[in-house]
Design a protein around this ligand. Structure first.
Ligand code: URA
Length: 245
């Protein structure tokens, strides 16, 4: 366990407002933490090849041609962030106010919490993960996107997944989980399970996991205690399957 990771672990729990319990959790998790070795964040370049540029252009064109009611009221279309050739793709719900302003996903409070959580297991969006959303424009007042808005954007997200072919997809919250898994089961039931994203049309079957949405964690801090378990599972899975990170 490298010092900076112990620090992120403590920072992570402090940020959850459960600092009174850190001592207990820290000791209890020390055996788990031994698994969290080799967590050096690699300083690889966030390079984007000509091929990925073309793929992204096709995705952009498809998005711009979508007939979505949110398009005219949003400031920016929000597509992606992170390492383009990453083997790990995170999928959220829809942009919020900050994302709408800056045109990038997960740059507000929820995004900051997500980065902090993932940094604990050596994941960093500049160097080793890719992130997108189901819906590309901000729903007014950050309401949950409607069925219609989700269904309008979903074919592009499926196309996005087909083009990028990640080795693991992590759904953030109920909207991503339910729409990509075509299930009515909620996140509380599915988190921690080994899931599969299946796209029969394109003959794709990609391992997946579901995480609580970080915005939900900000609203329900009590749930944050379960996140460490999910992070350990994610980290162990990446190591076991030798997924590059
Ligand atoms: N919540 C999301 O699901 N996506 C974002 O980009 C920001 C907040």
């Amino acid at each position: 366990m490298k010092v900076k990771n112990i620090k992120s672990f403590i920072d992570f729990y402090s940020s959850m407002g459960i600092s009174l319990r850190i001592e207990k959790i820290d000791r209890k998790n020390l055996s788990n933490l031994k698994n969290l070795n080799d967590l050096d964040i690699k300083e690889s370049e966030n390079s984007i090849t000509e091929g990925s540029k073309n793929d992204l252009k096709i995705i952009y064109d498809r998005i711009l041609n979508l007939d979505c009611n949110l398009k005219d009221i949003a400031t920016n279309m929000v597509l992606n962030d992170g390492k383009f050739d990453s083997e790990i793709m995170f999928v959220g719900e829809a942009p919020g106010a900050e994302e709408d302003k800056l045109g990038k996903p997960f740059v507000g409070q929820a995004g900051k919490l997500l980065d902090k959580m993932l940094n604990c297991i050596g994941l960093n969006r500049k160097t080793n993960f890719y992130i997108t959303n189901i819906v590309f424009w901000r729903p007014p007042g950050n309401r949950t996107p409607s069925k219609n808005e989700i269904n309008t954007c979903l074919p592009v997200t499926k196309f996005h997944i087909k083009i990028f072919q990640p080795k693991l997809i992590v759904f953030l919250g109920n909207v991503a989980t339910k729409s990509l898994l075509k299930t009515d089961e909620g996140i509380s039931k599915l988190r921690g399970e080994k899931l599969k994203y299946v796209d029969e049309e394109n003959n794709l079957s990609i391992p997946a996991m579901a995480f609580f949405h970080p915005a939900y964690l900000l609203r329900n801090p009590i749930e944050k205690k379960k996140v460490w378990e999910d992070l350990i599972k994610l980290h162990n899975y990446l190591k076991e399957k030798r997924i590059r990170f």
